[in-house]
Design a protein around this ligand. Structure first.
Ligand SMILES: Nc1ncnc2c1ncn2[C@@H]1O[C@H](COP(=O)(O)OP(=O)(O)OP(=O)(O)O)[C@@H](O)[C@H]1O
Length: 444
């Protein structure tokens, strides 16, 4: 794509000369005769470079530079001044311009300045993107020692193509980490193909993985590519590998050993070069000792092992994760009173980050504008039908308050469906209605 340049200059003759020269040079130039016109163009398009005169009919180029820099606009700016305006040019540089040139403009000099400034803009953008990514990664992994170690191993995993095994309880982020490893590695431009081995059994799983040849079974009326084929050059993520049935384990081991496989019903050998990432919440070591999971396959997939600890063992990271999730949900930690913070930090989060995200999301939804997050949060944690460890700092609640909150949460969980909520609460429909009435709660 051609670099987009915005020229803000009130002298039509200068504009004409610059546009003619640069259009031939492979740039796309937009012209503005005033600051107001420039502002309009900047709403419509994103520019890679701005060339600006200092004296404009509706304002001053210096103020324009200050305003853009204050708004964190990193676009490179070249200032054009009259020959006698060197002090102004110096001021422009102090306000954030990247270069200045004096009139009358010498086109080859301007051309060199444009090329340099565009390069500078690219470097600035890359540096900001890198810093943003580093920040996000900090939050992705957390600050505690366990997760620092996870981060180190994950980086090693991303930098090479060996199989990775990610273990951890449900909701600890195994799937997200698998994607991260793929995205940070050299296979990132290719497919990240995901399959949950617990969702399909036996031959169905084999079909999904290896594909089928037309006529392989009654309804196979055309060739079908398997996920192994789709993952060629990319990554294949097998979630819940511990649930893979033994026949498929044998077929898959053969693929890992020979790097070749056959589609179901086909005699031809196929090749696929993929990076394997597996995850499980089960103890594969124990499963292979029991003979449920093949030991040879376990050794093959367990070259790089990353264990994601549960949230209850990552107390140092809890606050950073809460803040991060709240930001993702369009909220901020300022919403948290000390009491709420204590509740969130002392709960064990058996469903880990997934549970935390769901609880925060539901609590934010249930809290009316200006309402107390504490009440809805408490009922959301309760609504998961697990009694939380109530921290001492939470003021005592009456049994009636707890019951009301719990019923509300279960109802919310089932979208206000009384039948489903009554079932979850182990009450009859009529009893639930009666309780709601007694507790002075509106009936859905
Ligand atoms: N590092 C993280 N940063 C932000 N959100 C996260 C992170 N890890 C997990 N989550 C949240 O938790 C949810 C569950 O993550 P994920 O599916 O990766 O967990 P899992 O360990 O693979 O769970 P399961 O074993 O149940 O498949 C995600 O959808 C996301 O909302």
């Amino acid at each position: 794509m051609k670099p987009q340049i915005l020229l803000i200059e009130d002298c039509a003759v200068t504009r004409f000369g610059v546009v003619r020269y640069f259009s031939k040079d492979g740039y796309q130039i937009s012209e503005a005769g005033s600051l107001a016109e420039a502002a309009r163009l900047m709403v419509e398009k994103r520019f890679d470079l701005i060339i600006i005169d200092i004296n404009l009919p509706d304002g001053n180029g210096l103020d324009f530079i200050s305003a853009e820099r204050e708004a964190q606009n990193l676009v490179p700016i070249i200032v054009v001044t009259g020959a006698g305006d060197i002090p102004l040019a110096v001021e422009a540089m102090q306000r954030g311009a990247d270069n200045f040139l004096t009139k009358p403009l010498d086109m080859p000099t301007l051309s060199i300045s444009v090329a340099k400034s565009l390069e500078l803009g690219k470097l600035k953008r890359q540096s900001v993107a890198r810093k943003r990514l580093e920040k996000q990664q900090g939050i992705f992994f957390g600050v505690g020692p366990e997760m620092q170690e996870v981060q180190q191993i994950a980086r090693v995993a991303a930098d090479n193509g060996h199989p990775v095994l990610i273990t951890g309880e449900t909701g600890t982020g195994k799937g997200m980490l698998a994607k991260w490893v793929h995205q940070q590695g050299s296979r990132a431009p290719y497919e990240f193909v995901e399959l949950n081995c617990s969702s399909l059994r036996g031959e169905m799983l084999a079909r999904e993985l290896f594909g089928t040849q037309r006529g392989a079974y009654t309804s196979a009326d055309q060739d079908r590519r398997g996920l192994v084929d789709i993952a060629d050059h990319g990554s294949l993520f097998l979630d819940e590998i511990g649930d893979m049935s033994s026949e498929v384990q044998a077929q898959f081991l053969k693929l890992l050993e020979d790097k070749t496989y056959r589609r179901l019903g086909d005699v031809k050998l196929q090749k696929s070069d993929f990076r394997l990432i597996c995850a499980t919440h089960r103890d594969l070591n124990a499963l292979s000792a029991e003979g449920v999971f093949r030991q040879d396959l376990f050794y093959r997939i367990n070259l790089i092992h990353i264990h994601l600890p549960p949230l209850r063992e990552r107390r140092d990271d809890l606050m950073a994760i809460i803040t991060y999730l709240l930001a993702q949900l369009g909220s901020t930690e300022q919403l948290l009173t000390d009491e709420v913070r204590d509740l969130l930090l002392s709960y064990d989060w058996p469903g880990n980050i997934r549970e935390m995200r769901n609880v925060l999301e539901r609590a934010l939804l249930l809290t009316p504008p200006g309402g107390m997050l504490r009440q809805s949060l408490f009922s959301c944690i309760n609504g998961g039908q697990r009694l939380p460890q109530i921290p001492l700092s939470v003021e005592p609640q009456t049994v009636q308050q707890v019951e009301t909150a719990h019923i509300q949460a279960v109802l919310a969980q089932h979208g206000g469906n009384v039948d489903k909520a009554a079932k979850a609460l182990n009450l009859s429909r009529a009893t639930l209605y009666r309780r709601l009435k007694q507790l002075n709660q509106p009936t859905p």
